[in-house]
Design a protein around this ligand. Structure first.
Ligand code: SF4
Length: 967
């Protein structure tokens, strides 16, 4: 129980409603005390300030930190770092399992030092939602979900056992089991409280202190919670570990960009269209690393679910947050999702007392930059084919696709000729493959999967739902032409949209209208629906729309990320073969937020983000090169052309359904008893004890080497010299390029390792699911099949040239892992050279961990993505930035050079210039200045300690003078 301070007389009473009283740190009082002009500050800054004030202890957080943030200047220099102590932490399983592995490894290290392993314990509540592991192995049939869940448990049993160990070993570590929902949607609908409370003492008496719900999550889309007025963003697993061990999350005082929203969305325009428009607009406005705060009458009129859709895509527009302040809509959302009346009253009372209730109007607050968006100007849009910010207005999609199809690869196109577009290739699936991705399960010759082709009866249409016996599978021949531009994956996926009932209901309504007109989806299209929570199924069932989605192949495949994270499962082998044989530019359509190359599926090159109803529409059309305004989607049962406008639901239809489908009791019931919703979780056995008993035979969970040979004192910062380049990369290298999450190839170093350890190919699972095993992950670093190392021009995949002295194959391409191993053997340090936006994409600590374990000492790039840069420092890897206009091309780097970094050592300062010395193969040396991107003083400490984890462990051990008793 913490002892509360009363700095600046800010500890005030709060009437929490329902006869309850408590305390809170009053920001209006802080302003009255003359500390700063708080009521003009952006709301997001004030919420962070509350944490800084409340946690001020003179050590981790000082009075100077409070004063500095209270005097935030909209256009001031950004040199101060803010120590932000968050109230809670959310994790998903891909990032959460390795985090738990690190915690377990820290406990092992503490036990080896003869101290009490319980010293390592989360100090704030941690919730891990298992959502990233479900894969679409089966789709398009009623039992898809059950079969996918079976596969998921079969593949992930060891990981789930380990999570169960964590649940019993750590007191504040909770797990939402698989099959319940997606982390950010579960956070929005259930975990988030808006206001939290803790018992505390003041002058010896006990009280309750109330404070804002704030968090960090180990997933970049943690920002979805900003839609509910909660401050939070994605951090790397290593920062989250420090956060949960009581360290503040440090970040540079941000600029806050105000986006004034006015007007309202037009008929036919969805929240997804708005999110894509905002993404494009804010990318152009260069909001990378900044807070974005939405305000104005347009923002006030948006329901929380629309705000959450926009907030979710903050990583795509590059902002740290996409924040909406708190107002009546926020309270209404908490009420509608089953939070108690008592809590809703407390929530409103708290923010009113803080002077932060209501969406600000224009001119009320000062922002670093002001942007305007009239919501009525938003039009139906998609984004693609390779980046989420490349928005295309729907009527222009055909033209734009054809243009990128013929553009050269250098111009980010596909480098094809326009004649290729008219070629078609026949694929036949009668030889026993289920097109819905079930290629792992052959079915007998002559049999093939089909959508249900039975028309609904008039009675069923009148009742809005078919009777169960009509929904039966009948078979149709599954063969047909595919071509460039064929849509082969159509996925209603991703918490971005599945948390928003308006777009999910729109998809169902469009499916119903399509069926009524007699349209069908070609079974060559792999269709799937992965709701972000069971609530979605409840309202799609109650509204009678799910059977229509089923009939088009959009049956529920699971409650998890699926296609959004690249777990789209295999395509039928003949389709995959045809794509590969003819080098087809096939398309996916998905309601997700990311479409980088090889993210959705390794064989699909053109990936388009769009709203759920458009996903259904493009599945029906079967091709991406269609002008949805002037060309028909297909022919109806009456032989007449059917256009998108004929089946597009009206806003009124959607609103009518919304009112009848969302009930607080449903949320309460579906979030009450997880075990009952997924009994398979109960069947997983769990080991016990405070220290994990590592199984050296496991290919999923291994003790990482981070704390082996751990000493209580850090070493000195040493210079880097004689380093070789492990890779030279271009722009926009994503964390998925560096540390892929998807499937593992047999021939890749990780695949060879698994085969050597007796894991058959069918049980490889994905890289993401094997992040608990550093041996697999180090081998998987830079192993994305699409990464292009400019040291080996014309190749793709994780290959390089190796100049290790004992290696005689420098002219041949070898795997990056093999090269790194050879360099490590002879003690040669390594660097990586890259272009703009290095490490863009999802936050992924293995992108930094793997880099460090390969022996890379520095990454020299033109610019870095925010989280990845801090993760590199967090793993003891030095991020260096070229000066403007300098890059690998201007320096004519080939990979034959050696590198030295001069100026490293004691006295290193954040953001100081260092010297990069490049020695060419002919012995000529040149020196250039580079900026050291260790940005803050605390990062210097992390770097000196060899990373954040050794730093935190040494701090914790230093705080325990006497040896405790090992468990
Ligand atoms: S659905 Fe997509 S955005 Fe949401 S948590 Fe999963 S991977 Fe992240």
């Amino acid at each position: 129980m913490s002892n509360l301070h009363n700095l600046f007389d800010t500890l005030h009473k709060l009437n929490a409603g329902s006869g309850r009283e408590g305390l809170f740190y009053s920001l209006p009082q802080l302003e009255k005390a003359g500390i700063g002009p708080l009521s003009k500050l952006p709301v997001s800054i004030r919420l962070v300030l509350e944490s800084v004030l409340r946690n001020c202890d003179g050590k981790r957080v000082t009075e100077q930190n409070v004063r500095a943030l209270a005097n935030w200047k909209s256009k001031g220099p950004r040199t101060e770092e803010i120590p932000f102590v968050v109230a809670r932490i959310v994790l998903q399983d891909f990032t959460g399992v390795p985090l738990l592995v690190d915690l377990a490894a820290m406990r092992s290290a503490v036990a080896r030092l003869g101290k009490n392993p319980k010293l390592i314990e989360p100090l704030v509540p941690v919730d891990l939602v298992v959502d990233h592991s479900v894969q679409v192995d089966f789709s398009g049939s009623a039992d898809s979900m059950r079969r996918n869940l079976d596969m998921e448990f079969q593949r992930n049993r060891e990981r789930y056992q380990f999570l169960k160990w964590g649940m019993q070993a750590f007191e504040t570590f909770k797990v939402v089991p698989p099959g319940i929902g997606i982390v950010h949607q579960v956070n929005l609908e259930y975990l988030a409280k808006g206001v939290l409370s803790s018992p505390a003492t003041v002058n010896g008496s006990t009280s309750t202190v109330y404070y804002p719900d704030t968090l960090v999550g180990t997933d970049s889309h943690t920002t979805m919670i900003n839609g509910l007025g909660i401050v939070g963003w994605g951090v790397g697993g290593i920062e989250a570990e420090a956060g949960l061990l009581g360290q503040p999350v440090y970040f540079l005082t941000p600029d806050v960009v105000g986006v004034h929203l006015q007007g309202s969305l037009q008929e036919g325009v969805t929240a997804t269209d708005l999110a894509l428009t905002v993404t494009q607009m804010l990318r152009k406005a260069k909001v990378v690393g900044k807070f974005v705060e939405f305000y104005g009458s347009g923002a006030a009129a948006l329901p929380v679910v629309d705000r959450a859709t926009i907030a979710n895509m903050a990583p795509e527009y590059g902002a740290t947050m996409g924040f909406f302040p708190i107002d009546e809509e926020s309270v209404a959302y908490l009420r509608a999702t089953g939070r108690s009346e008592e809590h809703c009253r407390l929530y409103e009372a708290y923010y009113r007392a803080q002077g932060m209730f209501g969406i600000p109007k224009k001119g009320e607050l000062s922002y670093s930059a002001d942007l305007e968006l009239d919501l009525s100007s938003v039009v139906p849009s998609v984004a693609g084919p390779k980046r989420p910010q490349d928005r295309i207005e729907l009527p222009n999609l055909k033209r734009e696709f054809v243009a990128s199809f013929t553009k050269s690869v250098a111009e980010n196109g596909f480098g094809k000729s326009s004649d290729d577009l008219s070629k078609t290739f026949q694929v036949a699936l009668q030889n026993g493959y289920v097109p819905g991705g079930g290629s792992q399960e052959p079915i007998s010759t002559g049999q093939s999967l089909a959508r249900n082709t039975n028309p609904l009866t008039e009675l069923e249409m009148a009742n809005n739902r078919p009777t169960p016996d009509v929904i039966t599978q009948t078979t149709v021949a599954v063969d047909g032409p595919i071509r460039h531009g064929s849509v082969l994956i159509a996925a209603i996926t991703s918490c971005t949209n599945t948390s928003n009932p308006s777009v999910m209901l729109a998809a169902g309504l469009l499916a119903r209208k399509a069926i009524e007109r007699g349209l069908q989806v070609n079974p060559l299209v792999k269709t799937s629906l992965a709701p972000g929570s069971r609530v979605v199924t409840d309202y799609l069932e109650k509204s009678g729309l799910q059977p229509y989605l089923d009939k088009l192949g959009f049956s529920v495949v699971g409650y998890g990320c699926t296609t959004c994270i690249g777990n789209s499962g295999p395509l039928a082998t003949p389709i995959d073969e045809a794509i590969s044989k003819h080098d087809l530019v096939a398309a996916s359509v998905l309601s997700g937020n990311r479409n980088f190359e090889a993210r959705v599926h390794q064989s699909i090159k053109a990936n388009f983000l769009m709203s759920p109803p458009l996903v259904v529409a493009f599945a029906l059309a079967g091709r991406i090169d269609i002008d949805m305004v002037h060309e028909p989607i297909g022919k109806g049962k009456d032989g007449r052309d059917v256009y998108l406008k004929d089946i597009w639901p009206s806003l009124r239809e959607i609103r009518d359904l919304l009112q009848t489908t969302l009930h607080p009791e449903v949320f309460r019931q579906l979030y009450r008893d997880f075990a009952q919703l997924n009994p398979k979780w109960n069947e997983i056995p769990s080991s016990t004890g405070n220290v994990y008993q590592w199984d050296t035979a496991s290919t999923y969970i291994q003790e990482p080497p981070f704390f082996l040979n751990f000493s209580l004192r850090p070493g000195e910062i040493s210079e880097i010299k004689g380093a070789r380049a492990l890779g030279i990369f271009g722009d926009s290298v994503t964390t998925d390029h560096i540390s892929p999450a998807g499937s593992i190839k047999k021939s890749a170093p990780a695949g060879r390792y698994l085969l050597e350890h007796g894991v058959p190919f069918e049980e490889f699972n994905s890289y993401g699911s094997r992040r608990g095993n550093d041996r697999v992950m180090t081998r998987g670093t830079f192993a994305n099949v699409r990464i292009k190392n400019l040291m080996v021009p014309g190749t793709e995949g994780g290959v390089t040239r190796c100049f290790a002295s004992q290696d005689e194959t420098a002219s041949e391409a070898i795997s990056i892992f093999d090269a790194a191993s050879a360099y490590q053997k002879e003690g040669t340090p390594l660097v990586v050279v890259a272009g703009q936006e290095y490490g863009t994409g999802s936050s992924r600590d293995w992108a930094a961990k793997g880099t460090a374990l390969l022996g890379v000492r520095a990454v020299i790039a033109q610019s870095f993505e925010r989280i990845h840069r801090s993760n590199l420092v967090g793993m003891g890897v030095l991020p260096l930035q070229f000066k403007d206009g300098v890059n690998a091309q201007s320096l004519k780097l080939e990979g034959t050079e050696t590198y030295a970094v001069r100026g490293l050592g004691a006295g290193l300062k954040p953001q100081q210039d260092l010297t990069l010395e490049i020695t060419r193969a002919n012995g000529r040396t040149e020196s250039i200045p580079v900026a050291c991107r260790i940005d803050t003083p605390i990062e210097i400490d992390y770097y000196q300690h060899g990373g954040i984890l050794p730093y935190v462990l040494r701090q914790l051990l230093a705080a325990v003078p006497k040896p405790g008793s090992p468990a």
